[in-house]
Write a protein of this length. Structure first.
Length: 305
């Protein structure tokens, strides 16, 4: 049996940019073992397998796999799945705004598809989450050695390095400028010799408010012991932690904030994420993540034995 799949570039309006996501819109008869095999074969950052939902309150159930295994939550696949399902007619668009509910392992997310002339062009999903922010972090000198940059480029004036527990622990580090975010190189020896392993974080989220691209507010990048030296992985799953980090600073008052974050550059599949966050208290908030997507390819693949 053959299974049809679509490939979409997510968080971009230009093909061959953003994150490449494969979506199987009808994977009802695939086992989870088969899904894992197909994800390894496609070898993209994530592949999404869409099946019928068990609850009438849920539009579709999503199973998400990276080449390494199953993923409980990821933002890019939500955008990709909604965009593909609407593009190939698996769900009906209702006017300019179509609402649906997609379920992942971690739970359900509310999704809104904005369309124009019957075609989807922007997808946004919302998530309510809680977090814990800890000021415990390596010193600027330690962080500079870990990131192979000068300690003067750790931005401790407007922000400060902090540990954020939000699903997974992230060490969030503010950098003075875009160039040092892009040029930073993770030094495993410096990491292992610092207090960083005590934070339990496996990934460092670097960001800077100074960006040569005028269409965004922040540039972000993930580095860490499990990320290859030349990799620039998607940052969608780290955005709840980033929102919690921003809200932990006293100059960010209660209210609703809208901002954009880009990942990568013109040579490395730049992505643009649109975020809205509602700061309610120190630990709970609502976050809406949205972006554009474009269809790149479609094909079929044999069912694994």
């Amino acid at each position: 049996m053959e299974y049809k799949y679509y490939m979409a570039d997510v968080f971009t309006d230009t093909v061959f940019n953003g994150a490449q996501i494969a979506v199987f819109p009808d994977a009802n008869s695939l086992t989870k073992t088969q899904m894992a095999v197909l994800a390894r074969e496609l070898n993209l950052s994530e592949s999404v397998f869409v099946v019928a939902a068990e609850s009438t309150e849920v539009t579709r159930r999503l199973y998400i796999y990276s080449p390494e295994g199953e993923v409980d939550f990821a933002g890019h696949p939500v955008i990709a799945a909604a965009f593909v399902l609407a593009s190939c007619g698996e769900i009906e668009l209702t006017g300019n705004n179509t609402s649906l509910v997609l379920e992942q392992n971690f739970g359900v997310v509310d999704v809104n598809i904005i369309s124009d002339n019957g075609k989807p062009n922007f997808v946004q999903f919302s998530r309510k989450f809680s977090s814990i922010v800890d000021r415990f972090a390596p010193t600027d000198a330690e962080l500079a050695r870990i990131l192979s940059i000068d300690s003067a480029h750790i931005d401790s004036k407007t922000y400060s390095p902090r540990l954020v527990f939000c699903g997974a622990p992230y060490l969030v580090v503010p950098i003075t400028d875009y160039e040092n975010v892009r040029s930073a190189k993770f030094n495993f020896d410096a990491w292992s010799q610092s207090i960083a392993p005590q934070t339990t974080a496996q990934e460092i989220l670097l960001f800077s408010a100074k960006n040569p691209h005028k269409d965004v507010d922040f540039n972000a990048r993930l580095v860490g012991s499990r990320i290859g030296a030349h990799e620039d992985p998607p940052v969608g799953s780290a955005m709840p932690a980033f929102a919690a980090y921003l809200c932990s600073h006293t100059h960010v008052r209660k209210g609703t904030y809208t901002f954009t974050v880009d990942r990568g550059d013109d040579q490395s599949r730049r992505s643009i994420l649109n975020l809205e966050m509602d700061k309610q208290d120190e630990q709970s908030m609502n976050l809406r993540i949205g972006g554009e997507a474009v269809m790149v390819a479609q094909g079929s693949i044999q069912e694994p034995v």
